[in-house]
Design a binder for this molecule. Structure first.
Ligand code: PLP
Length: 393
């Protein structure tokens, strides 16, 4: 089946990306390449399930039942070859809410929590806003490939107040899909030092070129009792607005503590529409997903070739996973404020500013590849015209 990834007008839908775009970009009515949702209509079977749910007309309280949990279990086996038990799953409205719950459940004010910048900004928020100590173990850039600093990780894990690590797997924004060996090494360090792990695997299904995702507790079985794996369909099928995440907690004690904190925080269950839409997604063949992966990868190739041809000083990182591209524009020798002003005001090219992911990202930008090809090409043309006028190479 052919799938359509052309432009969809999102005006009047309260889209965060469009309604809150930078002023110049919004006024010009051109596509922003920021917030990590897709500009694509989701899979036909999901739209069908949502329409069926709408027609039903009773939009009552909704929870994951056996049919939902079985379908989720089947999906994890089909997509990741992972064997999970239905009782491991706890539903939250989002992965970010799960991160905040986990921090409060597993640590006390003043305890240390490790994160690895540059990384998705709410990791910092979950630690700092809860009054925990932020422990930074920045990724290292080894000849254009980001890797984890295991010595740094071990040193932080050994500190007596360190209780938790939040891992981003696959890693937003640098696009690494951590290998089984890399994850096992993280698991060994954390286990040996009594550090629990929350692994944010929201991008797990979006991988390219044979880079297979491994669930954290499969790579690090010794951490089964001391880890939380956050999954969701929201990135894979562009259903973030349905507010439903599937949090896997194999350890019984860990699960109890998490559920207790979820109740204390008064965090609810899934949205009514998420129920049928998720089951449809769990049971779907992978035709839409595969077409989406082919389109986002093609967009990456267009972007990469564009920068190589026109801006040799830029470094474009190839994503192994996530539909996000990480681009180093430090070769233009602009301050970050100058870079943002140029991109927004002159090029009408709205992307995420690198330093929002940590100061290691200064001078970088994050570009959302889940945009229609024609819009990607149009955005890059705007950038080319403006950059050439400004003498940037
Ligand atoms: C790593 C990561 N975690 C979580 C989220 C958002 O999670 P949710 O919308 O389920 O709260 C994102 C969205 O971009 C993300 O990249």
């Amino acid at each position: 089946m052919q799938h359509d990834f052309s432009f969809v007008d999102r005006s009047g839908t309260g889209s965060v990306k469009w309604a809150f775009a930078p002023k110049a970009v919004k006024e010009a009515g051109v596509m922003p390449f920021t917030v990590a949702d897709m500009e694509f209509r989701t899979a036909p079977e999901i739209i069908h399930a949502a329409c069926t749910a709408a027609k039903h007309g009773v939009f009552g309280y909704t929870m994951a039942d056996e049919a939902y949990l079985d379908a989720f279990k089947g999906y994890m086996e089909k997509i990741h070859g992972a064997k999970i038990e239905t009782e491991w799953t706890v539903i939250t409205p989002g992965v970010v809410s799960a991160l905040f719950i986990a921090v409060r459940a597993l640590t006390q004010p003043g305890d240390g929590v490790i994160i690895q910048p540059p990384v998705y900004p709410p990791f910092t928020g979950a630690v700092v806003k809860n009054g925990r100590e932020l422990l930074l173990n920045p990724l290292v850039n080894n000849n254009g490939r980001y890797e984890m600093d295991y010595e740094g990780l071990e040193a932080l894990a050994k500190q007596p107040n360190t209780k938790l690590m939040i891992l981003c797997s696959p890693h937003n924004p640098v696009g690494r899909v951590w290998t089984r060996e890399e994850l096992a090494r993280v698991g060994r360090i954390c286990r040996e030092n009594g550090v629990a792990v929350v692994s944010d695997e929201i991008h797990a299904d979006v991988t390219y070129n044979g880079h297979a995702h491994t669930l954290f507790f499969e790579a690090a079985p010794e951490c089964r009792e001391s880890c939380i794996v956050c999954t969701a369909l929201s990135k894979t099928f562009n259903i973030a607005g349905l507010n439903c995440s599937n949090i896997l907690i194999p350890g019984e004690e860990m699960r109890k503590v998490f559920i207790h904190q979820k109740e204390v925080d008064c965090v609810g269950e899934m949205n009514y529409f998420a129920y049928g839409a998720s089951i449809a997604a769990f049971n779907s063949d992978s035709s839409w997903m595969n077409a989406m992966l082919a389109q986002t990868w093609k967009n990456f190739e267009i972007l990469r070739d564009f920068f190589h041809e026109n801006f040799p000083s830029a470094v474009v990182y190839e994503p192994e996973g996530t539909y996000l591209a990480w681009i180093d524009l430090n070769g233009w020798n602009l301050t970050e404020d100058e870079l943002t002003a140029f991109l927004v005001e002159k090029a009408l090219f709205a992307v995420n500013r690198g330093s929002t992911f940590g100061r290691q990202g200064s001078g970088f930008v994050r570009f959302n590849l889940a945009s229609p090809e024609a819009e990607v090409r149009a955005g890059l043309e705007r950038l080319k015209t403006a950059a050439q006028a400004a003498g940037l190479r």
